[in-house]
Design a protein around this ligand. Structure first.
Ligand code: NAD
Length: 396
């Protein structure tokens, strides 16, 4: 079939197999252009490995550190006349590239929050790798089915806490700057968001892996967070998702108590266009302005550059990662530089629908958004028939 993008609000319901493969290959090429990772873990589990930061983590550790990787994700398989989701094609392409280099790769498609998935992954690690040295936890999900009482489904919301929040918002579909008002979350919504995006499931993974006897001595685990500038705090850091991220930090502290200091870390990453971030109010406008400023200063990074920096500069350092006063890794440091934030704040007040193209990098935002689904990549003939059915050979 001829595969074209179909945008519905802030998601694209189609994905292009060759385009996604080219996107994965670009990331592999970047990793290979960098020095090999020092002190790299050799057996890695990535939970949320098919898109965004998780996919970039898997690529960085496999192609930069020669790691054997196990990946877990929740993606849709393609059928005749209907494309798979982008993460499916990304994972198929990743596996093909890993196989070519003789790198072990095994993937699981299903609910990472479930006990069953944890047990299936543990069995595969036991059988194929023995143990894992690094667990990357990079889930972003709108809901979580309780692993013990499956009739309970927690839903996460992106809302402020305490009072309503009004600010500029970019309608990325219609290319309009609008004003958005979001009513505050109630206690139940805060709790449910924490259940989905907090640290409970991360800890359940590590405890299950420990009980299964598949954690190598001195293993490490990392999960990702975001802080950002004051102008997004009401909706992010001080909102429901920020509460969940605090819970992630609490889980890291608890695991460090259980398994030894420095075992579990939270890495605060840069704001980037991913399927998850495009759903957050205000953030796409902030990203469009941020990209313009960071590109002009030569400071722009994508997921793969961020992950190479995390595993090279921090985990690869002889004394391990450098931490902030709250014990977190900060690879959002370039984004948070005063020279960057002052410029973003300056243009924030003046941005309108009319001057959007001029003072923001909306074009860059949009291009990146399409690329997430395999569209707009160089060298791909989008007029050519493409088979939407692509196997992921190792699928467990
Ligand atoms: P993403 O949407 O690109 O990736 C989410 C991953 O989770 C995918 O692999 C998806 O398949 C998987 N997933 C979702 N639900 C699942 C389930 N039930 N079972 C198995 N897999 C499931 O998101 P992302 O932006 O890369 O986010 C990853 C992490 O990084 C999140 O914790 C996010 O808060 C954090 N982060 C993102 C940004 C950003 O700007 N995008 C910045 C800093 C931190």
């Amino acid at each position: 079939m001829i595969i074209a993008p179909k945008i519905r609000g802030f998601i694209c319901t189609t994905a292009h197999p060759e385009g996604c493969a080219a996107h994965v290959q670009e990331q592999i090429d970047y990793v290979k252009s960098q020095p090999a990772l020092a002190n790299a873990p050799k057996r890695v589990l990535v939970v949320g490995s098919s898109t965004g930061y998780g996919l970039a983590s898997r690529i960085a550790l496999a192609f930069g550190g020669q790691a054997a990787t196990v990946g877990v994700f929740f993606e849709k398989e393609g059928v005749e006349n209907k494309t798979a989701s982008a993460g499916w094609y990304n994972s198929a392409a990743f596996e093909a590239a890993a196989a070519q280099e003789g790198l072990y790769a095994k993937s699981f498609n299903g609910d990472a929050f479930s006990n069953e998935m944890k047990q299936r992954v543990i069995a595969a690690i036991k059988a194929d790798l023995g143990q894992v040295d690094m667990i990357v936890y990079s889930l972003a999900s709108p809901r979580r089915t309780d692993p013990v009482n499956p009739e309970i489904v927690y839903k996460s919301v992106l809302k402020p806490i305490g009072s309503s929040f009004t600010n500029k918002n970019l309608n990325t579909d219609k290319k309009l700057i609008e004003t958005v008002t979001i009513e505050p979350a109630n206690e139940d919504e805060i709790l449910q968001t924490t259940k989905v995006m907090g640290g409970e499931d991360w800890k359940l993974w590590i405890e299950a892996l420990s009980a299964g006897g598949v954690l190598a001595p001195g293993f490490k685990t990392v999960a990702y967070s975001y802080i950002g500038p004051k102008l997004t705090w009401a909706i992010y850091t001080e909102g429901t998702i920020g509460r969940a991220k605090l819970d992630l930090e609490k889980a890291a502290a608890e695991m460090n108590g259980q398994f030894g200091a420095g075992t579990a870390l939270v890495s605060v990453n840069k704001a980037l266009v991913t399927q998850a971030s495009s759903a957050i109010p205000v953030v796409p406008l902030y990203i469009s302005l941020l990209y313009k400023v960071m590109k002009a200063k030569g400071l722009h990074e994508g997921c793969i550059e961020q992950m190479v920096r995390l595993f090279a500069t921090h985990y690869g350092a002889p004394n391990g990662p450098t931490l902030d006063e709250k014990g977190r890794v900060r690879i959002d440091d370039w984004e948070m530089r005063a020279e960057v934030q002052d410029e973003v704040a300056k243009v924030w007040d003046s941005v309108t629908t009319e001057n959007l193209d001029e003072i923001s990098d909306f074009a860059g935002y949009q291009k990146e958004f399409y690329r997430l689904f395999g569209f707009g990549l160089a060298g791909i003939d989008y007029e050519k028939d493409s088979d939407p059915v692509r196997p992921i050979p190792s699928l467990g």
